[in-house]
Design a protein around this ligand. Sequence first.
Ligand code: NAP
Ligand code: NAG
Ligand code: NAG
Length: 313
Amino acid sequence: MSDSTLYQGLTFLGFLALGYLVLKHTFKLLKGFRVHILSRWWKEDLGKYGGWAVITGATDGIGKSYAKELAKLGFNVVLISRTLEKLKKVAAEIEKQSGHKVKIIQADFTKGSEIYPKIEEGLKNLDIGILVNNVGMAHQGPTVFHASNDKEITNMMNCNVMSMLHMTRIVLPKMVERKKGLIINIASEAGTRPYPRVTLYCATKVFMDYFSRSLNIDYKSKGVTVQSVMPLMVSTNMTFNVKTNLLVKSPDDFAWEALNTVGLTNRTSGCLSHSIQSYVLDLFLTEYVMSSRIIAWIARNTLRILMSMQKTE
Ligand SMILES: NC(=O)c1ccc[n+]([C@@H]2O[C@H](COP(=O)([O-])OP(=O)(O)OC[C@H]3O[C@@H](n4cnc5c(N)ncnc54)[C@H](OP(=O)(O)O)[C@@H]3O)[C@@H](O)[C@H]2O)c1
Ligand SMILES: *[C@@H]1O[C@H](CO)[C@@H](O)[C@H](O)[C@H]1NC(C)=O
Ligand SMILES: *[C@@H]1O[C@H](CO)[C@@H](O)[C@H](O)[C@H]1NC(C)=O
């Protein structure tokens, strides 16, 4: 083979690889435009799922915003959360705003399987179209795994993982029977790559993401859609109510944008800002970078960084 044939061959391969990359990223961009921008006006009608929407962890933050938004869209809602006074207060607020029915069920999801018979009973005669598995807890601060005790481990696994499995088991049979249903699982950006100092939290979110994606494949043909939502920063109690800005969303804005993406994507950061951030992070946060000193420093100082971003009131 002459040098010039080799040269031409390599040039051809180079163009092929470049063409592939350009096409791939153009496609991503176009899809992002459809999912996050056009969807403001052109979106799936969630009304087709009908009836009731069930939201776990619904008295605060992202869950409360999903509940308000779904009631606004015409659903009766069931709020499941830990604190009874907050449940009553939020139920009254949503009933008044939307004019739709609100049912509350008190449950502590850090507990084991003994809490689910009561929830199942409470949901028995309802025609459930949508389930939002939102409840979740994070670590109290940056932590290394050997510093956690049995109780913390059990609590987080129950709250973040087992709750999703049990709730899904409870609502899925009837969705299959009626050949329609929507399950939204609130995972996290933390489940897209291994972040340091939040090991168990990360792992629970990976579990949620893979469970959602696998479930979606199996139940597609049965009319049930499963969406995995992986937010970055949303200003809630979990994130010390940091100030909202271009990067940090308010829970209301986040839930509105995320609900617009239903039917258009089955795995999303949830909103435009977070999708752009995730796209950029994907390019830079390789596993090599993740184990670097600078990331380790940021991880150790998460609390201090969040505190400095807090609203000053
Ligand atoms: N905020 C973010 O930046 C962010 C980013 C990515 C993913 N996420 C995920 O989004 C979900 C919601 O987070 P959030 O920031 O909205 O949290 P949040 O503001 O702390 O709200 C949590 C909600 O869940 C309820 N809850 C907490 N522990 C519970 C338990 N053991 N049993 C029953 N209910 C419980 C709370 O009720 P009480 O008020 O009664 O405690 C509250 O209604 C979580 O799964 C989280 O991992 C959040
Ligand atoms: C999402 O999943 C549903 C089935 O659950 C499928 O019909 C649809 O095509 C998927 N949407 C996208 C954008 O992948
Ligand atoms: C906010 O979170 C802290 C723990 O990080 C908890 O002690 C406090 O009760 C929470 N506040 C509300 C209003 O849920």
